[in-house]
Design a protein around this ligand. Sequence first.
Ligand SMILES: Nc1ncnc2c1ncn2[C@@H]1O[C@H](COP(=O)(O)OP(=O)(O)OP(=O)(O)O)[C@@H](O)[C@H]1O
Ligand SMILES: [Mg+2]
Length: 428
Amino acid sequence: MSRPVVTALTGPGESDLVTALGATADYTVARRCADLPDLLAAAAAGLGEVALVSPDLRSLDRSALHELASHGVVVGGVTEPGDELGERRLRQLGLDVVVRTDIPAPDLEDLLDGLVRERRSLAAPTGGGAQADGGAHGSEADPEDLDVLAAPPAAPGRVIAVWGPAGAPGRSTVALNLAAELAVHGPTLLVDCDTYGSSVAQALGLLDEAPGMAAACRAADQGTFDLLALARLAPEVSPDLRVLTGIPRADRWTELRAASVAQVLEVARQLGAYVVVDCGFCVEDDEELSYDTLAPRRNAATLVALESADDLLVVGAGDPIGLQRLVRAVQDLGSVPSPSSRRVVVNKVRASAVGSRPERRIADALGRFAGMDELSYLPWDQATLDAAMFAGKSLAEYAPASELRRAFVGLTEAYAAVEPRYRRRRRR
Ligand SMILES: Nc1ncnc2c1ncn2[C@@H]1O[C@H](COP(=O)(O)OP(=O)(O)OP(=O)(O)O)[C@@H](O)[C@H]1O
Ligand SMILES: [Mg+2]
């Protein structure tokens, strides 16, 4: 049976490649598309099992590849001989198979066979191509940035998603201070994925317009995102703590698309031994019910973070409403792909909200009504947090002896104990 291939090739070698395809036993050219819209239409119409694309095909980006994948089409890249930049771009877009237009027919056939085998396990392209080779667009890099390429972690870092229900239980406070404590144990990256109200930039006194996550996702979408790009976008705010700030305005949530966020988190694992993600509160995926499955989804960033994470830290507030929402939130997680490694931390613990010996009372209530027993607690201390926020610092820097900070050190042990997943970088 012959397998239909659709092509969208731009260079002079196009006819050579089409000839080679014609000489294979199993593949036929079903359509030679003039541009990307033509290719997407052919894929949507089911004309091809395989699509072949050139690196300079106009508007080719991760979303387009995602769309092709959603039609069940596997994609291979094609470059003119010697076009190394083009090959690199295609690989950064996540394409594993990239051939030259002068490839002999038997070799082409082998590679296409490999692609088609992959088709069965077809999923959205992820960041397989993001390599730490620092070439093409590394020329104007800060030497400090290039340092990360010299000795990347030996093993991928752990992604810890910090999540919790609505009502500001303290997700961002926990994410920031957990990251600051983890930085003592190894290179750490704090990523703000909250598409309802990012706050990490402000908490650390970084510029409002820091490009952060929005720029990282744009680069991922355009196939120019790699370790070096991430190092540039995520400044080091204190030793071994880097920050990728969130979208500066909540109405820019459409810029954080699932496929791009997934790649950003994958590359983040190469930069940090620990990657702490501040998530939005909402995990509803009602867009799934929509007919337009390719439309951006408001909660995509949080859902992707939960799905990619190794550990989930659920944050709830230690007052009656906060605790009820916490129980609900943990139930809601049942229907969301998320790590089985889960901890619950009750924040803002105070006797005035639940009565004397608040930890005991909270443990009783959560144990009895929700079967939660492994709990951590963080005491109420608004004054210290306000002052730390005002100074743009973490508690580790601003109030290292405070009770709340010491509670963060205790919480961190649960994660820092899970070693060794990295080789410590030599600091300059
Ligand atoms: N342990 C605590 N004691 C007192 N106040 C706290 C504590 N933790 C957080 N807060 C305060 O609660 C408020 C909300 O915290 P934070 O921004 O971390 O919550 P969030 O869950 O990220 O909220 P959002 O929904 O805005 O993302 C802040 O003013 C913060 O200082
Ligand atoms: Mg927040």
